[in-house]
Design a protein around this ligand. Structure first.
Ligand code: ATP
Ligand code: MG
Length: 681
């Protein structure tokens, strides 16, 4: 893997119009030629935990590289005999014969190593309450929960449904399950009773762990009623519901079934010995966000998942666990909240912040107040949040001292170059509330991965890579990502195609729960012997990878293949635009027409048709006339999943004049109504 560590300027060679999987397309100017490059400072590079050698080492012998990480980063009860068994693809076995306990690795061993007093979690509740757990305290809580769950008859291999807000009990529950070998299945707290029911049924859960509720924008918000409703009809396998008291609201109670956390977990024995589970023992099931359709129950197992999580968390964030304070803003309901809140940071002995609420409660500076309070040094969040902060304006973060930040991460969607630069200038360069700037702003790591990949796959290394706004750049050491054409051939630099993974990786999904055929069909049938991720991508002139959005979302306008990500980035590069979503709507003359939905920035003036025309022309100028949206709609909000991703299929329904389809995976199902109303005006 060649790495440009010199910070030299990339050649702005005109890229072709290979936006997504097109074979023959006309050359078309686009946004994705990017001259800006930000090399790590000498000081950062000198203190970085990883060097460029990792790439060459992994290249020599991939399984051996991972075996080394597995032994260095984890404590095994029984050493493995083989790094990878790929004799029955696509079903991989990593670290064959090894036995390991995830909770022991995240907890007990740190206490045994004398780190019991290090803070594991600083919890910040939305109403302003806070508590912290040292590694010793968290270990004790998890042991109690493990005893409590076992006393309720939960045994190794049983499934536990988790329907909790972002509170420490969520992490405690997951680790307690892992400890006893039970398989957790987290259902996002914002989901409906129906979504919960179908996931409980799919996994045949024995236990549900929930809370009375949480706080959302300053108000108590209930969770328990959805559990009651989900379990109201017979035919499920749930025997008990353990309920954390969080907001103190009245709840309905089913005697014999429901138990308070305080009566079961808090009173349980604090002694619990963790035993090793097979490296391939199922750790959890998690459903994908449902951006493209019916969510899939993705299955992850233990040894490989922990290895890649811990390795990437350490190298991509340049983690120095003795001094860093890490904050990943993801909810435990999505994969980032599993890999980069529950498992990897604790396995690595990090100190992390956990926040329950929304970024605007009670005011729009809440996140920055938290960064200042805990001196957060590594911040990991999603582009949707960054664009929201852009919309609110830089005055808000500028009021806080964010000088502790030294690494910034992004995940979930492509981060538009405009949002990337804002993140760097406003958050990464903040040297205190007086408006001074750091000489070397914090490096940004844009991390591409999926629920299915379990851990990060493409990302710069902050002490090694010269970063480039808008591109996730290079596969991590030991990861064989490629961009291929229709026939599965690698595309040349400057061209686009399908994003694939050519070799098995440790944290890869082991299947779709209960549906091995769907697993093969969805990921392994498009190309021979390659994992197809579903995303379109392009290699630029330097060979850096740009994510172009879902292949299903690629538009075809008069034979031109256009990427949603590129047009959205063009719109966001206009000073009036905070967020944009683009879809292709059926069109009699051009096959498909570009329809854009745009949210304006807080300080932008909406001059109606004039603004619409200006924005359409802006896209024409940035990309080319063919990409000009035929229709551009200014809306107050966009439909997003719980993880903040735009659900384009619902916008397509609007653009094509249909009733909108399944909106149950939206964070706020009422949003579609709001958009429809704003368009009627
Ligand atoms: P579903 O598969 O049900 O449609 P989903 O793909 O949104 O849902 P996730 O697994 O949470 O569910 O998201 C993974 C997807 O998110 C990737 O396939 C990619 O499209 C997008 N993504 C994640 N990180 C990045 C990134 N850094 N840059 C660009 N896209 C990203
Ligand atoms: Mg997906």
């Amino acid at each position: 893997m060649s790495q440009d560590t010199t910070g030299s300027t990339a050649t702005a060679a005109a890229s072709t119009a290979q936006n997504g999987p097109a074979a023959h397309v006309e050359a078309l100017e686009n946004l994705l030629h990017e001259n800006r490059r930000f090399a790590p400072s000498a000081e950062f590079a000198a203190n970085a935990v990883t060097s460029a050698d990792a790439y060459s080492e992994a290249e020599k012998d991939r399984p051996a590289f991972w075996a080394k990480q597995a032994r260095e980063l984890l404590s095994w009860d029984k050493d493995f005999t083989e790094a990878l068994d790929w004799s029955n693809p696509p079903f991989a076995k990593w670290f064959v014969g090894g036995e390991i306990n995830a909770a022991y690795n995240a907890l007990d061993r740190h206490v045994e190593n004398g780190l019991g007093d290090r803070v594991a979690i600083y919890f910040e509740g939305e109403p302003g309450d806070s508590r912290s757990y040292t590694y010793a305290q968290l270990t004790e809580e998890v042991k109690k929960a493990a005893n409590a769950f076992e006393s309720l008859g939960v045994a190794k291999g049983d499934r536990v449904a988790v329907y909790l807000p972002m509170i420490p009990e969520a992490v405690i529950t997951l680790l307690a399950c892992a400890r006893i070998g039970a398989v957790h299945s987290v259902v996002f707290g914002g989901f409906s009773a129906d979504a919960l029911r179908s996931r409980i049924e799919d996994a045949e859960a024995k236990l549900v762990v929930t809370a009375d509720g949480t706080y959302r924008r300053g108000k108590p918000s209930a969770l328990k009623p959805a559990v009651d409703e989900a379990l109201s009809k017979e035919g499920h396998t749930v025997q008990n519901v353990v309920v954390v008291k969080r907001n103190g609201e009245d709840v309905n109670w089913v005697e014999g079934r429901d138990l308070w956390w305080s009566d079961t977990v808090d009173r349980a024995d604090t002694e619990h010995t963790a035993v090793g589970h097979d490296s391939e023992h199922p750790l959890f099931i998690l459903y994908t966000s449902g951006t493209t359709g019916k969510p899939k129950g993705i299955l992850h197992t233990t040894g490989g998942y922990l290895t890649q999580g811990a390795y990437t968390h350490k190298s991509v964030f340049d983690l120095h666990p003795e001094t860093d304070v890490y904050w990943c803003t993801a909810d435990v309901g999505w994969v980032t909240g599993h890999s980069y809140v529950t498992y990897a940071p604790l396995v690595n002995g990090a100190t992390q912040v956990m926040y329950e609420g929304t970024p605007d409660s009670p005011h729009q500076g809440r996140w920055w107040e938290i960064v200042e309070k805990y001196k957060v040094s590594i911040l990991y969040t999603a582009p949707t949040a960054i664009r929201t902060f852009m919309k609110w304006g830089r005055d808000i973060p500028d009021k806080y001292d964010l000088s502790s930040i030294r690494v910034l991460g992004s995940v979930g969607e492509s981060i538009n170059p405009e949002a990337w630069m804002w993140y760097r200038d406003v958050i990464g360069a903040n040297a205190g509330k007086n408006g001074e700037k750091k000489e070397h702003p914090a490096p940004i790591v844009d991390t591409w991965w999926q629920t299915e990949t379990g851990a990060q796959m493409i990302a710069p290394l902050p002490g090694v890579t010269a970063t480039k706004p808008g591109s996730a750049q290079v596969p991590l050491p030991g990861i064989a990502v490629d961009v291929v054409d229709e026939n599965g051939q690698s595309v040349a630099n400057g061209e686009g195609g399908y994003l694939v993974v050519r070799e098995p990786w440790p944290s890869m999904l082991r299947g779709i729960w209960g549906d091995p055929e769907r697993f093969k069909d969805t990921y392994w049938s498009r190309f021979e012997a390659m994992y197809f991720a579903g995303d379109g991508a392009k290699k630029d002139e330097d060979g850096d990878v740009w994510l172009l959005g879902r292949v299903d979302d690629v538009m075809n306008v008069s034979g031109h293949r256009l990427s949603t990500t590129e047009i959205e980035s063009a719109l966001v590069s206009h000073p009036s635009v905070a967020e944009a979503a683009v879809v292709g709507a059926a069109d009699e003359t051009t096959g498909q027409a570009v329809v854009a939905f745009v949210i304006l920035r807080g300080d932008a003036v909406n001059n109606g048709d004039e603004t619409v025309l200006e924005l359409r022309n802006h896209v024409g100028k940035e990309i080319g006339p063919i990409a000009k949206p035929k229709q551009l709609l200014i809306v107050p909000e966009l439909p997003k999943t719980r993880s903040g991703k735009i659900v384009r299929r619902l916008l397509k329904d609007i653009a094509e004049g249909r009733d909108t389809g399944d909106a149950t995976t939206l964070a706020d199902p009422g949003i579609m109504q709001q958009i429809a109303e704003s368009l009627r005006k």
